[in-house]
Design a protein around this ligand. Sequence first.
Ligand code: KG4
Length: 349
Amino acid sequence: MAAASAGDPLLGIETSCDESALALFDPARGLLGEWISSQVKLHAAYGGVVPDLASREHLENLPLLLREVLAAHPGLEPGGIAVTTGPGLAPCLALGLAAARALALRFQSPIHPVNHLRAHAFSVFIPAHEADPAGFASTLASHLPHLGLIVSGGNTLLIEIRPDLSLRLLGETIDDAGGEALDKAAKLLGLGYPGGPLIEQRAADGDPRAFDFPRALPGRDTFNFSFSGLKTSLRYRIQDWPPEAVRDRLADLCASYQEAVVAALARKVALALDRFPFRSLGLSGGVANNRSLRHRLAALADERGVAFLPALPRHTGDNAGMIAFTAWLDRHRPTAPLAIAPVWPPARQ
Ligand code: KG4
């Protein structure tokens, strides 16, 4: 077997939480394929991700996914193996790293460690690359500096991507993440997990002005977010209500609560757009699926004359496409050591 060459596609591996995912990214053509095995149903029974169960599933799923990749691309010789090193659940990350090491040996190709949050930040540029791989470098340059909002069940971050592709953290949640606020509210309302999509569904028939929920940290002196007061306010509001009353006002409760989350996120985005000369605005992470949030940020970007770049629906959640893509974007940056890196700031900031 010949050693892989740099022109060959990159194989991405993502196992940071409850998705096992592989992807093949060809710089000249874009994503050739993405393979994902979700564990959402397994963990739904526990109301959240159980790390030991998740790692056991990765162990089962990764070889099955790899078999599918090789069936679709017989004779594959990846030019590199891109793997998520963190943040994430350590036993899950370890399985991804072990798979990366094995594949790197098998294909004699280099390993590219990728920070998961950095990949979420860059995932919003995948559509531009897909539209025009050859012109992508100049398109990317035209979008920088970029303001990115990453909102998921575990993170809420406002970041700047500078023209040299380094990241600067502008703000983050000081307690619950935006998705966590929605998940916890859904639990209080008896709706199930994950809560964001369930709240969005019910909110469609409700009045976002029916209930006045608090918007934390409204000041102009911080880009940080806070959602724990919002969740507590919902708990106090309904604690003495009989179940029928909650059921009768469910749509209005969901619409008003969702509005409080969206408004809090949009306020800090607007503040950052006013403060710095950004040329584009990105939205990624699981909560980026929320239509109300997308519309609000699209309108903000439009008002400020910056491009709005939401991640594709298949890249909002954890995925390996963004891992391979980010490894390619970072190909000229110094390589970080291969180790589990559970926290911000991303390596190679
Ligand atoms: O990035 P992600 O898939 O993984 C984790 O962070 O674990 O994000 C999942 C989060 C959950 O909190 C979920 O409730 C939220 O994203 N989410 C949504 C929607 N779809 C997923 N929140 C609001 N509206 C949605 N449509």
